[in-house]
Write a protein that binds this ligand. Structure first.
Ligand code: PMP
Length: 358
């Protein structure tokens, strides 16, 4: 069967060369006679994979020694609890609510301390990102929390907020798509299943000096300090995902690193946004200045046409364009592994569809 162009919001598309390499290694990794799925995480073969993945990650995002890279489990969602358990501890934190996931994170944090809503875009259907001036910052906040890219609504912060408190950022859907200055952040975390690896791995970058103050009830595996000490291997790590991460990061490096990913994402998204901007048919969700490079959200004039759009697109090998169930409508996710041709195919299809249905 031919491969399709997969616009899934996550788990997302992976490069064919990465999948081919995984296939090659599946039965006999590096001549050891078994697959990565079958080997002990305490052995040399896996340790080399782990070290390579960590080194690639460190180099690609220029992670300084002040910060530790952790390979954890529980999805990005577990971080909604792990962060306040380790950092909030009965104190107060500022949360910017710009979508479903930051809302969930703020709700979860309330179990461990008090939460002050620094901004919410709920009233306008989460169609925008606040300006720096709109953020209501508290003097006593232990941290400021935000979600860099709102996967469901298709909005993305195009600046790093200036706050007195350490920054905690959910980069699940836009990590590895831009250069970032890691020292600006206390914690960066990302579920890997969009731009980095299969589902099952969460990468967390923790400023080491913030670790070690967790609440006494914190489970052993949810203490950042414990995981830093054990180099993510307090228990069995998600070995296969870490191996896939190493292949993905090798691919990013070969392509020219995050700077090249940044250029490509602009080209891809421009192909789709230019269709939306030149159309009186499609209705974009996000305000222009808040648009995401990763997830493009829009709709046609009515839900029946949305369904028809999805049906016709599928026939052309353009799949997973249905919007999230919260928003309805349509969504095209353009992660790092989406070839430019995929975005071009979609933009051509959108233009044709408009002509036929306007
Ligand atoms: N944050 C963001 C920005 C997301 O897009 C998602 C879902 N994909 C999550 C958090 C939750 O991730 P997970 O399903 O890995 O818990």
């Amino acid at each position: 069967m031919e491969r399709v162009y997969n616009f899934s919001a996550g788990p997302g598309v992976m490069p064919e060369s990465v999948l081919e390499q995984a296939k090659k290694d599946l039965m006999n990794y590096g001549g050891c006679g078994m697959s990565v799925m079958e080997m002990t995480h305490r052995g040399k073969y896996f340790q080399d994979i782990f070290d390579n993945a960590k080194e690639l990650f460190k180099n690609l995002l220029k992670v300084p020694d002040s910060h530790e890279i952790l390979f954890l489990q529980g999805g990005a969602t577990l971080q909604f609890a792990q962060i306040p358990m380790n950092l909030l501890c009965g104190g107060s934190a500022d949360y910017a609510v710009t979508g479903n996931f930051s809302n969930k994170a703020a709700k979860e944090a309330k179990k461990y301390g008090s939460v002050s809503i620094a901004y919410t875009s709920e009233e306008t259907g989460h169609d925008r990102i606040p300006s720096q001036a709109e953020l209501k910052l508290s003097a006593d906040a232990k941290y400021f929390y935000y979600c860099a890219n709102n996967t469901i609504y298709g909005t993305e912060w195009q600046y790093v907020p200036q706050t007195g408190a350490p920054l905690v950022c959910d980069m699940s859907s836009d990590i590895m798509t831009r250069e970032i200055n890691v020292p600006d952040f206390g914690i960066i975390y990302a579920g890997a299943q969009k731009n980095m690896a299969p589902a099952g791995l969460t990468v967390v970058i923790v400023k080491k000096e913030l670790a070690g103050n967790e609440m006494p009830c914190t489970p052993e595996t949810m203490s950042y300090a414990n995981m830093i000490k054990a180099d993510s291997m307090l228990n069995t790590p998600p070995c296969w995902c870490i191996y896939m991460l190493s292949l993905m990061l090798e691919w990013v490096k070969e392509k020219g690193g995050v700077k090249a990913m940044d250029e490509l994402k602009r080209q891809r998204s421009e192909l789709i946004y230019s269709v939306l901007d030149n159309s009186s048919f499609y209705i974009p969700h996000a305000q222009k200045a808040s648009r995401s490079f990763m997830n493009i959200t829009f709709r046609t004039p009515n839900p029946e046409l949305d369904t028809e759009f999805i049906r016709e697109a599928e026939k052309r090998g353009l799949v997973n364009l249905k919007g999230h169930k919260i928003t309805g409508g349509l969504r095209a996710s353009l992660y790092n592994a989406m070839p430019l041709e995929g975005a071009l195919e979609l933009s051509n299809f959108m233009k044709e569809f408009e002509i036929r249905h306007v």
